[in-house]
Design a protein around this ligand. Structure first.
Ligand code: GAF
Length: 383
């Protein structure tokens, strides 16, 4: 059971007690996909699936790190940072690198980490590893970093060391999560607002397609480049346009002939999605779940057809819910190319829904559909 197994493994591995134990959660995102790096809005929350860190400082520059769930260890020195051939270790080394680049003085450490965030499922296990280590080192070496600085360190590690040009949402949600609340984040100004997700009659269920997405190998970075190309062309045509926030669908439509077919579709998706988050948040505030759910389906359609980041299994999972009266809204979640769909389901009908969708998935793909009912939790913290 986490985190007891992590704490016990630390004792066994290093023959001493861990100085600190940190919990860094994964995240869901209700709506606002691929909008974080496009100056849009997102609506994520931290969840009750997390990576746990048992850690102690060292007097030298050596970092001994052990990945509990992979039963794999690695050692590196903070004074000669280089990529590891163990891909999991690069998330940690990247954080150490970014801290040092930011002028922070740290020493080595002994670490055991692991948790129950499903890997490659679009619930941000990698961001949790990054924010968890940044948080632990901040505590261990009394660095005095503010929460947002740690978010940025985690993101920079992913961008510069792991090589995925992700936006800020995942690290932000893992750090700023709050029990029973979602966070509306303006990714342009970084202003945010927690608001309680009170769904007395509904529950949030993730359906894991079991298709492993790998953001690094996938088209994620290409989508970013396509968005940059689109924005650069559109801001040439409309001099007042500084970001996707300044565009309307009509403006994109009128400039269609200046954009390649793919770039046009990416722009239509992003401009539409930024608007959808605003409408969906208003609906949520008014307890209008029907409108919220409708926006989730529109997001899925955009991700499937215009942004082209879904996959057959995710489309199947969403399509299965379209005429299911237990489900208010459903869509693929996260970067895409696999991972989970997120579903808002009526509590009293959830069990029947799960039976139906698991049976259908098994019949179609001959594999078990793993599902998770999620609760919203605090962000990264000492435990
Ligand atoms: C991944 C990225 F890490 C996020 O920054 C975000 O862009 C998301 O995909 C898509 O919304 O999780």
């Amino acid at each position: 059971m986490y985190p007891e197994n992590i704490i016990a493994k630390f004792q066994e591995q290093f023959s001493k007690e861990a100085s600190l134990v940190v919990r860094a959660p994964g995240r869901i995102n209700l709506i606002g996909e691929h909008t974080d790096y496009n100056d849009g809005f997102v609506l994520p929350a931290a969840i009750n699936k997390a990576i746990y860190f048992a850690i102690s400082p060292r007097e030298d520059e050596i970092c001994n790190v052990y990945a509990f769930d992979l039963n794999s260890s690695d050692t590196f020195s903070i004074s000669s940072i280089q990529k590891s051939d163990k891909s999991w270790a690069n998330y940690l080394i990247g954080v150490v690198d970014e801290l040092q680049k930011a002028g922070q003085k740290i020493k080595g450490f002994d670490l055991v980490f692991g948790g129950d965030i499903p890997l490659g499922a679009g619930v941000s296990s990698s961001a949790a590893v990054e924010t968890g280590l940044a948080f632990a080192l901040n505590q261990l070496y009394d660095l005095g970093l503010e929460t947002m600085q740690m978010v940025k360190i985690g993101k920079a590690a992913e961008n510069n060391f792991v090589g995925v040009n992700c936006g800020i949402m995942d690290q932000f949600a893992s750090m700023f999560g709050k029990k029973d609340a979602v966070i509306r984040l303006d990714c342009r100004s970084l202003a945010y607002q927690h608001f309680p997700l009170s769904l007395p009659n509904h529950t949030v269920i993730l359906c894991n397609s079991g298709v492993k997405h790998s953001l690094g190998d996938s088209e994620y970075n290409t989508r970013r480049l396509e968005c940059e190309e689109g924005l650069s062309i559109l801001s040439g045509i409309y001099p007042n346009v500084k970001s996707f926030r300044d565009l309307t669908l009509t403006m994109v439509e009128e400039a269609k002939t200046s954009l390649s077919a793919n770039v046009y579709k990416r722009c239509v998706y992003v401009v539409g999605e930024i608007d959808r988050v605003i409408v969906a948040c208003e609906a949520l505030e008014q307890n209008d779940l029907e409108t919220f759910g409708q926006k989730m389906y529109e997001t899925h359609d955009g991700l499937q057809h215009n942004y082209a980041v879904s996959c057959e299994e995710l489309d199947f999972l969403v399509d299965e819910t379209r005429n299911d009266d237990a489900v208010v809204g459903s869509r693929m979640m996260g970067g895409g190319f696999g991972g989970c769909s997120i579903n808002i389901v009526e509590k009293s009908k959830a069990e029947d829904f799960l039976n139906r969708i698991k049976k259908a998935y098994q019949a179609k793909y001959h594999k078990e559909l793993v599902t998770y009912e999620v609760a919203l939790t605090n962000g990264t913290e000492l435990i």
